[in-house]
Design a protein around this ligand. Sequence first.
Ligand code: NAP
Length: 175
Amino acid sequence: MRNVLLYIAASIDGYIARTDGGIDWLSSVEKENEDYGYGEFLDSVDTTLMGRKTYDDVRGFGGPFPYPGLNNYVFSRQEQGPDSNPVQHVTENPAAFVKGLKSQPGGNIWLIGGGQLNTLLLNAGLIDEMILSIIPIVLGEGIPLFGGHPKETKWRLTKHEVFDTGLVQVRYVAE
Ligand SMILES: NC(=O)c1ccc[n+]([C@@H]2O[C@H](COP(=O)([O-])OP(=O)(O)OC[C@H]3O[C@@H](n4cnc5c(N)ncnc54)[C@H](OP(=O)(O)O)[C@@H]3O)[C@@H](O)[C@H]2O)c1
């Protein structure tokens, strides 16, 4: 069975973006020759999952689409128009769709986010692991890591790494 891994950065107070979607605060931990394991992680997955709002932000960054070699799925309740990026737009229920994906042969699946999609998949018990990069900042408000009403679930810590920039990366598996 393929695993779904939520790999994401969050503020100390659990936000993944400012209220207006800004992620400028992530640059506070940028450091030359330090990717916090991102390259290795990217090589370990063959599929990505994004909510439509996250995808809009990825598109808005400009430049080439960042995950060209992967199977990329974007979830929306509405049909999307033609897209020049290598993504598939999905209007099917995300939990049912991801359950189907997990039962098919393939590699690991990166749940990119955002907060709405995270909660949908968390509540359906479909997230196997979380790799959270905690950025040393309190934002005070913003878009939560788990939007809406996440269910209480228990997680077991399997790894932690502390970086001199103040970023702490924790890895949890679902209990
Ligand atoms: N810090 C990080 O590492 C990180 C990582 C990822 C994302 N982000 C940020 O997170 C923000 C976006 O998060 P978000 O929580 O606002 O939105 P999101 O989860 O990315 O996307 C929400 C969208 O998903 C679709 N959706 C929600 N429920 C659905 C359902 N039941 N069935 C089908 N589609 C459904 C809807 O699209 P429609 O409205 O089209 O129907 C909804 O508007 C962005 O600012 C992004 O930059 C940060």
